[in-house]
Design a protein around this ligand. Structure first.
Ligand code: BF8
Ligand code: SF4
Length: 640
């Protein structure tokens, strides 16, 4: 595997792992080759025990399963189940946040309502009365409304009602306006059961409705309520990469997705009491750092540094300085156990939903948040003495960054210091200083050279005056490669984007949070439409989305909700459905006539960026916008 695109700390750690004979995700990926072609093409089914069945992609063998399901049905059913799993993961996270808000509102817990202004703003989305009412009263009503979003039996998701009006009308016409979060997931499981829905477009139609219940439902509830509980982020400085760990300190890594535990851990770890205990143990203090989206959550709100993204989780432990890794849910490799066994690192699972065989489990419940957090940190302090100094190999690389942008704060910025408005952003697009905007998000996957997709794509976009917003593991990669610094505009961005960045002092790439925070991008898109002058719907905007190194089912759900919201959505490796020509044509072409967005697959990240730019230019043309002020970058594209 070519590792030359990844950050230097990662390259050093991969060499170190090989020298020490320690297995990583890349080794396991190689050992798995060749991977099953039927699976890659979406042509296998094990939805009942007449199977498993597989369709011969060359046409010589069976073309239908035992029940008669063909390639189109099998591929569509499989994709829908991926959407349901992704939507379930995001939304179950959202449900936890609702319960935490309830505890905060009821008092008597470690959680407090940190952002009352946001509480009032979100309550208004639900039509709740806010005038002359206490935060507690409003929050309790909001909790009950939010709970209904999951199990409502009649009507539609209220959060989805915040989409542009034209979009809502279209969703209702297409019968994909999401009704309630749990219902759409359950219906997907029903429809994809043996012998139910066999029509691929009909299946994908509901798949889109399920994904919308994620983006405009479960994920949006998670983001909005987390802002109320933990504070709405504001731009702040921090740093990223393995070098944020400190050999002289007790290093505690929080990894996973939900901030309920990590937020309290961060608070307790910085208390005088714990600091003293750490010093008594011979360290200079406690250092908290994050991995994956838990990292993004506490980075955005507290400025806690990021140790790494998804593919660095094992490498972090291999540095030998991690005294404890605390994990909750999602994107946690069971392979961590084998690595932790080679070191003194205490690996701890904490969620009642997730255990790993042989790994210490300290179950975390919000009711005992402080007690459990103290217990966990004390174990980390005790464990410090077991650290083997001889086996420490800690790369020093870390990059400074600015993070903490939101639908509210970014464009307060772009709107100037005095007025929260999207007008200057819309004007910059209309006048041709900004070509448009792109969201580049998602995982990393050992099936492509680490970070080759993210970094090359993002650089190509900003070079061509496309403002980029990022979330998830892409945001961490961009941070490690120095793209989240205002100065990076002058190194990499086109002249138009440079002017904007200079005027408002922002980086050309804006970190908008974790993967549930992709709902912030939906809000940004809606706000741009609402500001006016760039069409009536999200599908009119000169905008595109991408997940160049996607891996998880959550990414499939995210991609579908962007497509169903009208966004041109680019991924590197295709969705696992290439065995069905009809599905390919539908998802990458015909679906656009229905929802205004469509999928695109392109493994070369620079070419992929160019395709996104062409789409943005097509939309500029349809909107009859002025030509770009600085045209030099465009010419490069024209030569292709
Ligand atoms: O939810 S980007 S690898 S960490 S799935 Fe996982 Fe993918 Fe990272 Fe965050 Ni999102
Ligand atoms: Fe085979 Fe049909 Fe059963 Fe799937 S549902 S395993 S295609 S018989």
């Amino acid at each position: 595997m070519d590792h030359s695109f990844s950050d230097e700390a990662t390259q050093k750690m991969i060499k170190f792992a090989a020298k020490e004979n320690m297995q990583t995700v890349w080794d396991r990926f190689e050992a798995m080759q060749p991977q099953c072609g039927f699976g890659q093409l979406g042509l296998c089914c094990r939805h009942c025990s007449m199977g498993p069945c597989r369709i011969d992609p060359f046409g010589d063998g069976p073309q239908v399963g035992v029940c008669g399901a063909d390639a189109d049905t099998i591929a569509a059913r499989h994709l829908c189940r991926m959407i349901a799993a992704g939507a379930a993961a995001h939304s179950d996270h959202g449900r936890t946040v609702v319960h935490t808000l309830q505890m905060a509102a009821e008092g008597d817990s470690a959680y407090k309502i940190k952002d009352e202004a946001k509480l009032r703003a979100v309550a208004e989305i639900y039509g709740l009365k806010t005038k002359d009412r206490s935060a507690k009263e409003i929050a309790l009503d909001l909790v009950s409304e939010a709970k209904n979003e999951f199990g409502r039996q009649d009507g539609f998701l209220k959060t989805a009602g915040t989409a542009p009006e034209t979009r809502i009308k279209l969703w209702k016409e297409l019968n994909i306006m999401p009704r309630s979060i749990d219902r759409e997931v359950v219906e997907t499981m029903h429809r994809t059961h043996m012998g139910v829905d066999a029509e691929y477009r009909h299946l994908i139609n509901h798949g889109m409705r399920t994904s919308l219940a994620d983006g405009w439902g479960g994920s949006m509830v998670a983001t909005e309520l987390q802002d109320i509980l933990y504070g709405t982020p504001n731009p702040l400085k921090s740093s990223a990469n393995l070098g944020v760990m400190d050999e002289a300190k007790i290093n505690v890594i929080v990894h996973g997705h939900e901030p309920a535990l990590s937020d309290i851990i961060a608070e307790i770890a910085t208390s005088d009491e714990m600091d003293k205990k750490a010093k008594d143990a011979g360290a200079t203090g406690i250092n908290i750092a994050g991995i994956c989206c838990t990292a993004n959550e506490i980075l955005m709100r507290r400025g806690i540094p990021v140790a790494g993204s998804f593919l660095q989780q094992e490498l972090a432990i291999m540095t030998g300085v991690v005294d404890m890794m605390i994990v909750d849910v999602q994107c946690i490799m069971p392979g961590l156990k084998a690595v932790a066994d080679c070191f003194h690192t205490e690996l701890v699972t904490t969620s009642d939903k997730a255990k790993i065989p042989g790994v210490k489990h300290i179950e975390f419940h919000e009711t005992d948040a402080i007690k459990t957090s103290k217990e966990i940190i004390e174990i980390a302090i005790d464990n410090y003495s077991r650290r083997n100094k001889e086996s420490v190999y800690l790369p020093s690389e870390k990059e400074p960054m600015v993070a903490g942008f939101t639908a509210e704060s970014v464009f307060d910025f772009l709107g100037g210091k005095y007025r929260a408005t999207y007008r200057p952003l819309n004007n910059a697009i209309k006048e041709g200083r900004l070509r448009g905007a792109a969201g580049v998000i998602g995982c990393s996957n050992p099936n492509v050279p680490y970070e080759s997709g993210h970094i090359q794509m993002v650089k190509e976009l900003i070079k061509n005056d496309v403002l980029v917003v990022v979330t998830g593991c892409n945001a961490i990669s961009c941070a490690k490669h120095g793209l989240l610094q205002p100065e990076s505009a002058f190194k990499y961005a086109g002249k138009g984007l440079q002017e904007i960045c200079r005027t408002v002092g922002i980086p050309p790439v804006l970190h908008m949070g974790s993967c549930v925070d992709n709902s912030r991008i939906l809000r940004v898109l809606s706000n741009i439409v609402a500001e006016g002058g760039l069409g009536n719907d999200i599908s009119d905007l000169p905008a595109a989305g991408a997940a160049p190194e996607w891996m998880s089912e959550k990414a499939v759900s995210i991609g579908f909700y962007f497509v169903a919201s009208g966004v041109y959505t680019m991924i590197g490796k295709p969705l696992p459905m290439m065995g069905s020509k009809k599905m390919f044509n539908y998802l990458t072409d015909e679906i656009e006539a229905e929802v205004g967005g469509k999928w695109a697959f392109e493994e070369d990240p620079v070419k992929a960026a160019h395709k996104m730019i062409r789409h943005i230019d097509k939309k500029r043309k349809l909107l009859k916008l002025k030509p770009m002020v600085y045209e030099q970058a465009l010419k490069v594209l024209d030569q292709e």
